[in-house]
Design a protein around this ligand. Sequence first.
Ligand code: BGC
Length: 750
Amino acid sequence: MTTPRTPETVSAKPDPALAAQAATSRESTSAAMTKAALTSEALENVDVRAREVEQQMTDDERFSLIVSLIGPVPSIGVPRDERIPKEVKNTSAGYTPGVPRLGIPALQSSDASMGVTNPGFRPHDKGATAFPSLVALGSSFNPKVVGEGGEAIAREARLRGFNVQLAGGCNLARDPRNGRNFEYFSEDPWHTAVLAAEQVNGIQSQGVISTLKHYTLNCNETNRHWLDAIIEPEAHRESDLLAFQIAIERSQPGSVMTAYNKINGEYASGNNHLLNEVLKSAWSYQGYVMSDWGAVPEWDYALKGLDQESGIQIDVKQWGDEAFTHRLRSAYAEGKLPKERLSDMVRRILRSLYAVGVDKQEPAPEVDMATHNEIALQGARQGVVLLKNDGVLPLDAGKPLKIAVIGGHAQEGVTSGTGSGAVLPVGGYAAQISIGGPGTMGAARKVVLYGPSPLSELKKALPKAQFEFDPGYTPAEAALMAKRSDIVIAFGIRVEGEGFDSADLSLPWGQDAVIDTVAAVNPNSIVVLETGNPSSMPWRDKVKAIVQAWYPGQAGAQAIAEILTGKVNPSGRLPITFPVDLAQTPRPELSGLGTPWKTSITIRYDEGAEVGYRWFAKKGENAMFAFGHGLSYTSFEYSDLKVSGDETITATFTVTNTGERDGADVPQLYLTEAAGDKRMRLLGFERVELKPGELRRITLTADPRLLARFDGKAGKWSIAEGTHQVAVAKSAADLVLTGDTRLSARRFGV
Ligand code: BGC
């Protein structure tokens, strides 16, 4: 029998004990802390409540909770499904009916990590804040700015009645061709985990469930539904899985979304090893696993660890049928799906709902869009990376310069990545141009431009300058204007997006040739890049400055202008290694690239855990711009390194602003050698804002898993006895202070 619960026993807001637990595990990442967090009273409360409510449900109610329906998307031919009740006005990626008699609210999920999206679901929606892409926020190395963005996204989601936000991109950027790297934070597990967790924490602090996605190895888009991602299991634990694991510990996401691809032969949504053995058993994950949209060919994925089938109409399009409706019901009737497993699926969903406080949401407060624009602006300011500066920047606002702004649609706006995560801003795009392409995502592939434009923001920031704009239509035409100008600011853009990998790292539409030509005729050329990945920059030695602006969101143009003119001192650092060329990367050729849609392909991630800068260190390759690199208009010095070791490594050092401007630095701590084994691992980082002459003592303590190797057979992490070398660095290729400490041999679980 169920005991009715009084309102006092269940908190209306996100459970404070849960919030405290997430905060504690954010401060400490040791396995012991995590275990303690999982036994907290608050967690037991939501477990008890989920169990009690689930027991009262009918099987029909149980089955209705384990699927979601996508709202109507005319552009991809998805009509409104009649199972979505008429009174549901705001639809989005997923609708799951509630059970009013038991106080279970309908679940309404929406994309994603750059803001609340609207690919046609809601014609009346006036638009949302378009925040910077995750790779841009990753460049901030600042969990705080990511967390504030998460809170803002959740407020805008709630306003529309959404209580599940499909944010929290947590895949590692393993390949610079991957069309979706802009939706991920970085190539490093620790950096990704810290930032992804903060996005989830920000979202969930507002009573909205967040996901971490796409579990796992969705590291290329080429034929993603037919892609088998091969990796050595131990290396997987030390890389992509470690990012998910730590992010889960630090944020307790209500849900984890599976990837489209296979991992070592099994589809992510039906991968018993990764879902049941790793996520739910080894890591004790208690939330629910949802599929990606169109990722569930079989009903028996329910037995393999999947708890909810998302956007079931997309599975019909993809695989010809829904999996968790009539097929799963038949399996249940035939005894192939045990009652206990069905209950477990439901309990996990309820538990997340209660833990985050979704069932107790008050009506959403009004949203202050000006404040949200400010948050987007902060993210963009901190995310822009100054890659090169031969003294031309910052531009002098006091001089009557003749400036040619060239290319990149810089007279209209800044561009974005495309696909399910692209946000329609308030007032619409400044412009959009269809690109198209094969596959279901071809229709979504467009140049979309967010206003205001870089040109107009530059005019504001440099009132004494005289501006001309050339579209970069041809090199010869652009050169005419470049010749008669004091300064050239050339914009290079590349639209990357869901469903597509780039064939190489060049800029499309001949932009490299335009930049090359203008740089040849004007010695003061500056290039601003709006891409989601590294580009080849064949002209890099000819230009005076290069600014990587990524997809900076709706406030991006302002941030770019402020950085070019020195109003804001650049502080972004690369979260992805920029190679000289693809030959330096683990896969000079991307297998399967160019095969027609629906071709089964295999990509071997043989670099294992040696992703990005780790690979470059292992191979002794010099990157074009290293992970962690980013210039400032001031200078910083590091001194007085003290390293201590016991259970893990702690390093303390001083950072001093030795220049003449206020600025922010991101000192990074790396492991460079572990008991004789050369091994590069980012152990920690901190963004510090310092005035000229100001210094700060910084202490960074490594998560011990970053010092260890994973032993798959024993299911344990193992730290080797011996001297461990570390470095305090400006980037993975610029190690400033070195030190070492001895660690004793240690094995530990989780
Ligand atoms: C994407 C997910 C997204 C989902 C729902 C899929 O195409 O891979 O990231 O959340 O669509 O829109």
